[in-house]
Design a protein around this ligand. Sequence first.
Ligand SMILES: Cc1cc2nc3c(=O)[nH]c(=O)nc-3n(C[C@H](O)[C@H](O)[C@H](O)COP(=O)(O)OP(=O)(O)OC[C@H]3O[C@@H](n4cnc5c(N)ncnc54)[C@H](O)[C@@H]3O)c2cc1C
Length: 427
Amino acid sequence: MTLQVSKNVTAVGKVDAPIFDAQAFRLNDEQAAIITRARELGQAVFAGRAAAFDRDATFPTENYRDLHRAGLLGISIPKKHGGLGAGYQTYALAAAEIGRYCGATALTWNMHVCSTLWTGALADDLDMDTEMRAEHERRRAVHYKRIVDEGAIYSQPFSEGGAAAAGGVAFGTEAKPVNGGWIVTGKKIFASLAGHADYYGVLCTETMEGEKASRRNTLYLAIPAKTEGVSVVGDWDPLGMRGTVSRTLLFKDVFVPEDAALMPRGVYFQAAQRWPHMFLTLSPTYMGLAQAAYDFTVRYLRGEMPGTPPVKRRMYPTKQIAVAQMQIKLEQIKAIWFQAVTEACANPSKEQVLRAYAAQYSVMEGANELAALAIRTCGGQSMLKSLPLERIYRDSRCGSLMLPWTAELCLDRIGREALYEPGETDE
Ligand SMILES: Cc1cc2nc3c(=O)[nH]c(=O)nc-3n(C[C@H](O)[C@H](O)[C@H](O)COP(=O)(O)OP(=O)(O)OC[C@H]3O[C@@H](n4cnc5c(N)ncnc54)[C@H](O)[C@@H]3O)c2cc1C
């Protein structure tokens, strides 16, 4: 299942170099091949379609067909289940390459891939007894087969508009245990892929008779989009990431069978405690957008941007200084982010967790800073809607809003966790 992509013909004329050169960043051949596949698909196909999905705020369904054909819907599905078996770092680097060409595709692809990464490599690192592990293995095989064979698309509705998505309290979406499964009721806001995913990977709280709702009882359930009681409401006309179609999802007395559990009881809570880099996976999209803003600027100032007259602007010292500042910023973002996605693991040290927050903050804020600098440096004609820069600017503005690691919450956590050891108070 591979997609043939021409090496020569692309939306911008010439084939881009990878964001992270395989040799310089010590990636092996298998990793480099997967990341190249993503980059070529992004540049040759997705880049040309991105403007229309953005303009119309429509979901990039065609891109998902291509991702399936290229084997990339199963990028992080273990090889024994028919996937490419990519670990966290390889996935992150591939997703950055997609984000470089279409932010909305990369961001929604992340929701999909997390349903395989969290249940795959990440769950393999967590504690489960033998029986639980066997049950998980049986269930995830069904879920992987749907993706590999049928191209099924999964989303990840998490946010509810209250404190739950920030990790403060239990999810308000409830799963009441009944014979053979649960009855799910609740509401998810900003549910990317709403109306377009085949399965919604819903985070909800299993309610226990007479007990207070607890984050420990979080369930991660794959609910088929066509199930009775599931509906998509509201419109979607945002500033950026318009192709994500992140509308509101309602669940009203939805019966969900036990086999729909993407993780056994207690395992999502364990993951959130022991594998915090699971929340860093929204950042690759924005790493790609940061690179895209820089690429645009260099091409534009050299007079090589397709769709613009071949006017060179690179000879002005102010432009050269701006590009130097952008390059320094980009390398800073790349360095911290590469380190964070490379060291992602179970039970990271305090230093690694602080670095993950710092990486998320640097990428999410940095991508938009680079896009703003790109517009200032290239000038008025560069922000016309016929060119991708203004979309990169709008899309990149959305990065630091992503819960649970918004830019504000990253600052909050870094400050607190740097100054206090667990359990310490000033009393
Ligand atoms: C394009 C796009 C796609 C998205 N896709 C998805 C998706 O697929 N699935 C999904 O689940 N969500 C998704 N989200 C939602 C996202 O993660 C946020 O939940 C969403 O932006 C809601 O933010 P809010 O401003 O309503 O949050 P609010 O809860 O109102 O918070 C506002 C801000 O206050 C701060 N804040 C919040 N809680 C705390 C706290 N306890 N302490 C201190 N500060 C706090 C944060 O910085 C936050 O940004 C998407 C968002 C966007 C923009």
